[in-house]
Design a protein around this ligand. Structure first.
Ligand code: GDG
Length: 727
């Protein structure tokens, strides 16, 4: 039975040394709680670092921890040394990826040693996964610490189903490109079958980087890369709604609430909770609170801000600096405004246990959460869920992922202190019935799209894309089918061979587009065999094809079916073609060529082509959809059709197509053996026309009506040679 293997830097159980030996606790945070229910299901296994460096353990202790984790918690620890943690976790993860992905390029360090450690630790995770994984398993890799792992796994277990989820933002291309190791990271991620992000914006940024850095195209959020299809999608992470809304029933939460009520003497309580992190915008939030008290003195002595900061990554200098800055800002506010009976900011620099946190959530009138960047921000969701009375106001930064779903919250620009100060006032004065109305809607969403939904949704999509991959795999022309094909070929007395040119016999961009000698030779032998009729079908101009193939006795289709040449005869033009429409369309093409540097127009006798291979891919993609829009409205009256090929778009008469041109030979049958090879959708007409018993081959992995596919023109050339070698 297939297993689900969860892989993350920290696993859901964390281990700490205690006086009696070792303490095994549930890890804090969204990822651990979120995946817990899935992990509890039979057949799941969690791989991650336990929380204690390997050089702080004796061999016996390490074995004992490993045994308990395996037997009681279905977890397998990866052992990381203090040096690994320094260079990998505190180094590359938290001094390179974290700041850059949160748009802090000035905090970002580019260090080849920490990069080497990142690769080394990803390899350690890989080794561990390989000890337990089988080809049939589902493997779900999490977060920015393990971005190289999907590819390592895909190379070793090509048939396993691999998902990846990024918990932090994926930055825009302009920021991502700053990384010296950008290509390696993208290639690592594209090892997964499904790559998930919290929001569509992050997915879009990722797709754009993949296109611009690796040159891999995408369609409907599916990337075609390395002869595989990779799905990219948004999965906004939810929370364990029941756990937070149900917390109020716990006696310890009740006790804690009573205590808060007793201690907070002001009418209003504002809450702020974060891990210590510069991405969370804590200093600006404190400045905004200072401004609020300055601007609206009537609130002094009536409001308390409870500031909870959970210590984190104190080994990294920026975090220590941030801590100092927060300490100072808190004392400024308390010094400037505090009175004998009133401390404006209550500051706790420590993690709070769950019952305390939820009690404070449910007792606060407002949650002030203003990160400069946040992948999602679960705190904003937890706060709402814990307020079972559906009251409370969330002042939320527009740059938090959760702002996409919590549309009813009061959103702010986290850099705009005046606006935050004003919004605090607005929020404190928001009538209860409006709070209730807003929160009711958000509750509905939080309840429905909870953490269990999130995990299920991801796994379903992973299964679905794995099925697509599978069906593609089944179609790959196997050695067995190839042998059967050759056998059928040998037995056949009359054979039709339809070969597309660019993308099938030669790769795109192979200059100058001329066949190598060995392939020419094979084609000649194939064409000279009396039992064979070989047709080369191309979108190219007839003059080029004439020059290239003049000494080989093949039939030729040029210009996607406008010109046809029977072997050893002259060119004929398909009579339907009338080129008068060109005057109308050409100026539009010219406009787009001028607006898209690097693009070019090819003017043929009976068609117009706009090539954008040389243009900047992002711009080309925008221009392409504009051009298509412009053309579609015009061509409907003109009996023209629009063809989209590989980095080109073509307008030609509707009656003209490769399939139509090929009919004359297909109908001239019966043939004992038919082979058709093509690479883009202009070749689909031909595939559709043929029978199941014919051999139709698509070059490149994609959805197609062909029966089989081959990965590259090189493989097609080899096949042609094998056929030519047959007696
Ligand atoms: C990353 C992304 C994304 C925090 N302090 C205490 C405490 N917590 C718990 C919260 C919440 C979790 O930790 C924090 O989650 P966030 O989403 O707010 O932020 P990150 O830790 O930065 O997490 C983030 C997340 O991954 C999930 O994908 O949303 O954008 O940065 O669950 O409750 N829990 C307790 N005491 C604390 O003092 N008990």
């Amino acid at each position: 039975m297939p297993k689900t293997i969860l892989v993350s830097n920290r696993m859901s159980t964390s281990v700490a040394r205690s006086e009696e030996g070792f303490e095994f606790k549930q890890s804090m945070g969204g990822l651990a709680t979120g995946l817990q229910s899935m992990h509890e299901k039979e057949g799941s296994l969690w791989i991650g670092w336990s929380g204690i460096a390997s050089d702080e353990l004796t061999a016996d202790e390490a074995a004992e921890i490993s045994r308990t984790l395996q037997n009681t918690y279905k977890s397998v620890p990866v052992s990381l040394s203090t040096e690994d943690l320094d260079l990998f976790y505190y180094g590359f993860c938290n001094r390179t990826i974290w700041p850059l992905f949160h748009y802090f390029p000035t905090f970002t360090e580019y260090d080849t040693d920490t990069w080497a450690a990142y690769k080394h630790v990803n390899q350690k995770f890989f080794d561990r996964v390989m000890e337990v994984a089988e080809e049939t398993d589902y493997i779900w890799v999490h977060d920015y610490q393990l971005m190289l792992l999907p590819k390592m796994l895909k190379d070793a277990l090509p048939h396993s189903r691999i998902g990846f989820f990024l918990h932090i933002p994926f930055p825009s291309y302009e920021v991502f490109r700053l990384l010296p190791w950008r290509s390696e990271l993208l290639r690592g991620l594209l090892g997964a079958d499904l790559v998930g992000f919290h929001t569509y914006d992050y997915a879009r940024h990722f797709l754009s980087s993949v296109r611009r850095i690796l040159g891999a195209e995408h369609h409907m959020a599916q990337v075609r890369y390395d002869n595989r299809m990779i799905k990219v999608d948004a999965f906004p992470m939810g929370i364990d709604y029941e756990k937070y809304s149900g917390a109020l029933d716990l006696p310890e939460v009740q006790r804690e609430r009573d205590r808060v009520k007793e201690e907070v003497s002001t009418d209003k309580l504002i809450l702020s909770v974060d891990r210590l992190d510069y991405s969370k915008g804590i200093p600006l939030r404190l400045k905004a609170f200072h401004r609020f008290l300055e601007e609206y003195p009537e609130y002094r002595e009536h409001v308390t801000l409870m500031l909870i900061v959970a210590p984190s990554r104190t080994e990294v200098p920026q975090y220590r600096e941030l801590k100092r800055e927060i300490d100072e800002l808190v004392s400024n506010i308390n010094g400037d405004f505090g009175t004998i009976g009133w401390n404006p900011v209550w500051y706790y620099y420590r993690p709070s246990p769950f019952h305390q946190l939820t009690a404070i959530y449910s007792e606060s009138d407002m949650l002030l959460v203003t990160p400069l960047r946040d992948g999602m921000n679960l705190i904003s969701k937890e706060y709402l869920a814990a307020r079972r009375d559906k009251l409370g106001v969330v002042v939320l930064s527009e740059t938090a992922g959760s702002a996409r779903e919590l549309g009813e919250a009061l959103t702010v620009n986290p850099n705009d202190i005046d606006h935050i100060a004003h919004t605090i006032k607005e929020g404190l004065e928001l009538p209860e019935h409006i709070q209730h109305e807003k929160n009711e809607r958000m509750h509905m969403r939080l309840r429905r799209y909870d953490i269990h939904y999130w995990a299920r949704d991801f796994m379903h999509k992973l299964e679905a894309i794995a099925e697509v991959q599978n069906s593609l795999r089944v179609k790959r022309l196997s050695d067995k089918t190839r042998t059967a094909m050759i056998e059928r070929y040998r037995q056949a007395e009359s054979r039709l061979i339809l070969l597309d040119y660019d993308g099938s016999l030669i790769a795109y961009g192979e200059t100058p587009g001329v066949l190598d000698d060995a392939t020419r030779e094979a084609l000649r032998r194939l064409a000279e065999d009396e039992r064979n009729h070989v047709v080369i079908i191309s979108g190219r101009q007839k003059d080029f094809l004439d020059r290239t193939l003049s000494d080989i006795p093949v039939s030729i289709v040029a210009g996607h079916g406008i010109w046809v040449k029977e072997k050893n005869s002259d060119w004929e033009i398909m009579e339907q073609a009338t080129p008068d429409w060109k005057e109308e369309i050409l100026p539009i093409f010219e406009l787009y060529r001028d607006r898209t540097p690097g693009s070019a127009i090819e003017e043929n006798d009976y068609s117009l082509v706009w090539h954008y291979r040389g243009a900047e891919p992002e711009l080309a993609s925008v221009r392409l959809s504009e051009l298509k829009d412009a053309l579609l409205s015009m061509i409907s009256n003109l009996d023209l059709s629009l063809l989209e090929g590989n980095k080109m778009i073509e307008i030609k008469n509707t009656d003209v197509s490769k399939g139509r041109a090929a009919t004359r030979w297909v109908d001239a049958g019966p043939w004992d053996f038919v082979l058709a090879v093509g690479d883009d959708w202009t070749d689909e007409d031909i595939f559709n026309m043929l029978d199941d018993r014919d051999f139709t081959i698509k070059v490149g992995v994609d959805i197609s009506s062909a029966n089989y596919f081959l990965e590259s023109p090189d493989q097609v050339r080899q096949l042609v040679k094998r056929l030519a070698d047959q007696p």
